[in-house]
Design a protein around this ligand. Structure first.
Ligand code: OOG
Ligand code: NI
Length: 409
């Protein structure tokens, strides 16, 4: 690298910082969530010492965030892939949230670093959902035609940003000034737009799905939430409630483990979506003030990644079906570990998402139930289809964990 050049790793770390500053300004309760997470993490570190860093150094965990964004067309998703690609973030996993209960009319992937060193340097990941406009279970022909037209007409990412992204990816770096420009444009693309929302159209989509309205009912995209990582999510949940912040009813994902039992996969919870002031365009052409509740704050605790066999056990019986110790999980090939020179097992952290929790997080923060026409046949969208759309490799999470485990032995 040339001396003043900025690497993809640095772009990613700075992008996460920029988005965090933006979201903190837009949603002040997020800042409270980050503060409380850091408080809890300091306490766990104090209490458990080195044991607290088994699933990542405190530096990594403190800086760790995942974001969530939502886009409307395959072309928009392909552009997102270029912007994140510049930051060393690759699409991993395919989640069809139309298959969960309740169904959400999107298919998703997560952009994230894929090798251990990059994850350790900065693990920033973004859960990215694409509206399935051509699914007749959700959208009738007239709605679909209008969605297509409106989504076609908008531009989420300026040409200058995409050109910088392509250059960064091609060269593996950007000169300092171009890096600043890239970050400014990328961050601005996820800012909440002051442009008025067409009320009648938004409400029409909202009757089908709140997520569809949030994606197709507005002329831009925005960060939906930004999630810090915490080492004890139960402690955090209680403390947020003490501070008077209304949390969703439960923690999604595996239940709290028994003392000494390893944490597995991912536990998440969120505070309820806040009423944010937005401008509306009324049917008579006038504009008025109103509110929308779509953005919220989420927090997560991560555990060891399960193998396909471990995941099968978990999906069938929850954590009660899993053995109690690292050694037993490893011996039965139910979770991913590497053994260090001293013979100690180090867990490989789960870096991905859980569709059931994602659907729960979506649902707990939507006002209406939504509407689905189950008489219609769903349109098939799978990982192969998404890889075509992305125009680049869509990685399989299990293969990545497997590679990591083999590399270490
Ligand atoms: C994404 C919801 C899923 C998670 O952490 O599971 C998600 C969204 O609300 O757009 O972020
Ligand atoms: Ni999330």
């Amino acid at each position: 690298m040339t001396p003043t050049a900025v690497s993809p790793t640095q772009l990613r770390a700075r992008f996460a910082e920029h988005l965090s500053a933006l979201y903190g300004k837009e949603v002040p309760a997020y800042t409270t969530l980050v503060e409380v997470s850091q408080e809890v993490n300091a306490e766990v570190l104090n209490r458990d010492g080195a044991q607290a860093e088994r699933l990542g150094t405190i530096e990594r965990v403190t800086a760790e965030r995942h974001g969530a964004i939502r886009v409307g067309t395959p072309a928009e998703l392909a552009q997102v892939a270029r912007v994140f690609g510049a930051c060393g973030m690759h699409p991993v996993g395919f989640y069809d949230l139309r298959q969960t209960t309740p169904a959400v009319p999107v298919v998703s992937t997560a952009f994230r670093p894929i090798d251990r060193g990059e994850l350790a340097a900065n693990p920033f990941r973004v859960f990215t959902s694409l509206l399935v406009v051509d699914d007749p279970r959700f959208f009738d022909p007239a709605t679909r035609a209008q969605l297509d037209e409106r989504l076609e007409a908008r531009t989420l990412f300026p040409g200058e940003l995409l050109a910088l992204a392509d250059r960064a990816e091609r060269d593996g770096q950007l000169p300092a000034e171009d890096a600043d420009r890239f970050l400014a444009l990328a961050t601005a693309s996820f800012e909440l737009s002051p442009e008025p929302v067409d009320r009648a159209w938004y409400e029409h989509l909202e009757a089908v799905s709140g997520v569809a309205a949030d994606i197709g009912g507005v002329p831009s995209t925005h960060i939906n939430h930004l999630t810090p990582r915490v080492l004890d999510i139960d402690a955090l949940y209680a403390r947020m409630q003490d501070r008077g912040i209304e949390m969703i009813d439960e923690i999604q994902g595996p239940p709290r483990t028994r003392a000494g039992q390893p944490d597995v996969l991912l536990r998440q919870t969120s505070f309820r979506a806040l009423a944010e002031p937005r401008r509306f365009r009324e049917p008579d052409g006038s504009t008025s003030a109103g509110v929308l509740k779509v953005r919220f704050g989420e927090v997560e605790q991560r555990g060891v990644a399960l193998t396909p066999a471990g995941r099968e056990v978990y999906d069938a019986a929850g954590t009660t079906g899993l053995p109690d110790t690292d050694e037993a999980l490893h011996a039965a090939d139910l979770a991913y570990y590497v053994r260090d020179d001293a013979g100690t097992l180090t867990p490989i952290v789960y870096e991905d998402f859980l569709p059931k929790s994602a659907a729960g997080i979506f649902a707990s923060n939507l006002s209406g139930e939504g509407r689905e026409n189950t008489a219609e046949r769903s349109v098939v969208k799978d990982a192969g289809w998404m890889q075509e759309v992305l125009g680049r490799e869509l990685f399989d999470p299990y293969s990545l964990y497997q590679v990591e485990r083999s590399a270490a032995s």
